[in-house]
Design a protein around this ligand. Structure first.
Ligand SMILES: C[S@@+](CC[C@H](N)C(=O)[O-])C[C@H]1O[C@@H](n2cnc3c(N)ncnc32)[C@H](O)[C@@H]1O
Length: 245
């Protein structure tokens, strides 16, 4: 993947814009979303499964607005995932999501869909150029998201999956269906996001590289359980980024 980085002005603006939005996406993960959204041509749409309060939606939408203004379809029932419903209390994130999009000035390019991924997929007939999966993290649900949406992703389009580090469900689907797949090349990871470009059939060289990336990802995942000071963590992240080049 050879995409130009963000200018420091744009990066600073986006960091400030998303800092007050609750969520778990890191700045480096946001930058990846931005760069891939900016590279979209508009031949298909960008689909996000799991928007919560809009942190990742804003990175995607701002990237899109800096490029071909590809529509971002943001799918979420806005009633939270299992881990968000403390003591069974109801969750409703839609109002905050809309307010955050408004504050970021990205409403014009985002189409919110208040539904589950399965409900939305049943009526969805557009080509997808960029697919970001960050919904329900249980294995069966991540698998379902992948099975429902992967066929809609166009060849040459990118799939991104969040929380493939330390989260058993997304990690297993990423290993089974991205790193070991015959339909992905240019596979890699930025923090907990695993990404790959869809192809009709990858080459033996792609498959060797994907296996190497799987090994790196497995080591990175194991190391994430070791408590180390933030400075060492930063160095380790930089080393893993270099090892993927
Ligand atoms: C981890 S959060 C998403 C975080 C968001 N991408 C961000 O960057 O802040 C997971 C979201 O998935 C949503 N969700 C849960 N089940 C879903 C489903 N079946 N389809 C789509 N979204 C779902 C939840 O409502 C929740 O908002």
């Amino acid at each position: 993947m050879n995409l130009p980085p963000l200018s420091s002005d744009v990066r600073q603006e986006l960091v400030a814009l998303t800092a007050g939005v609750e969520g778990w996406l890191t700045v480096e993960e946001g930058e990846l979303l931005y760069r891939l959204a900016r590279a979209c041509t508009g031949e298909g749409v960008i689909v996000e499964i799991g928007s919560f309060k809009g942190k990742s939606t804003i990175w995607l939408a701002r990237g899109s607005l800096a490029g071909a203004r590809t529509r971002v379809v943001a799918i979420d029932p806005h009633t939270g995932s299992t881990e968000h419903r403390h003591d069974g209390a109801p969750v409703w994130t839609y109002d905050e999501f809309l307010a955050n999009l408004h504050r970021a000035g990205v409403e014009e390019v985002v189409r919110p869909v208040v539904a589950t991924s399965a409900e939305a997929a049943a009526h969805f007939d557009q080509l997808v150029e960029l697919l970001f999966i960050d919904g329900d993290h249980r294995y069966e649900m991540v698998r379902q998201d992948f099975e429902l949406w992967f066929p809609k992703l166009m060849e040459g389009g990118y799939l991104l999956m969040h929380d493939t580090i330390r989260w058993a469900g997304p990690r297993r689907v990423a290993r089974e269906s991205i790193y070991r797949s015959r339909n992905f090349r240019h596979v890699g990871f930025v923090h907990s996001i695993t990404f790959g470009q869809k192809v009709a059939e990858n080459t033996p060289a792609d498959r060797w590289r994907n296996r190497y990336l799987l090994l790196l990802h497995t080591v990175y995942d194991r190391l994430s359980y070791v408590p180390v000071p933030p400075a060492i963590k930063r160095v380790a992240k930089a080393i893993f980024a270099r090892l993927q080049a």
